[in-house]
Design a protein around this ligand. Structure first.
Ligand SMILES: [Zn+2]
Length: 102
């Protein structure tokens, strides 16, 4: 596990939230950076609460509208992008199936 600690599809997704400016308030940005660098377990209970309320609740994982599976972190950035354009939450599998049926 050496060298991969702190880097995952979850932290990649968090980084994209910062890059896109979705998480922008100073406290939430600092806490998100800490999670990316040191992992969620490095947070104090107060920071964990803020992370939950301001990052995970508004931007965290959703269930796919069609198959009800939890959308994997890998697919969340693309799923969120589609939702911005008025589409429902979809996992990449259902999205692929829908686009093929067109
Ligand atoms: Zn699905």
């Amino acid at each position: 596990m050496d060298g991969t600690e702190g880097h995952s599809s979850f932290t990649d997704y968090l980084a994209s939230l910062l890059d896109d400016g979705d998480v922008w308030d100073e406290t939430a940005v600092g806490i998100t950076r800490k999670v990316i660098g040191d992992g969620e377990e490095s947070l104090s209970s107060k920071q964990r609460y803020v992370f939950q309320k301001r990052v995970l609740e508004p931007f965290g994982q959703r269930d796919c509208t069609l198959c009800q599976d939890t959308i994997p972190w890998d697919d969340m950035e693309m799923a969120r992008f589609r939702v911005l354009f008025g589409e429902p939450w979809l996992c990449s599998r259902c999205d692929y199936r829908l686009s093929k049926d067109d």
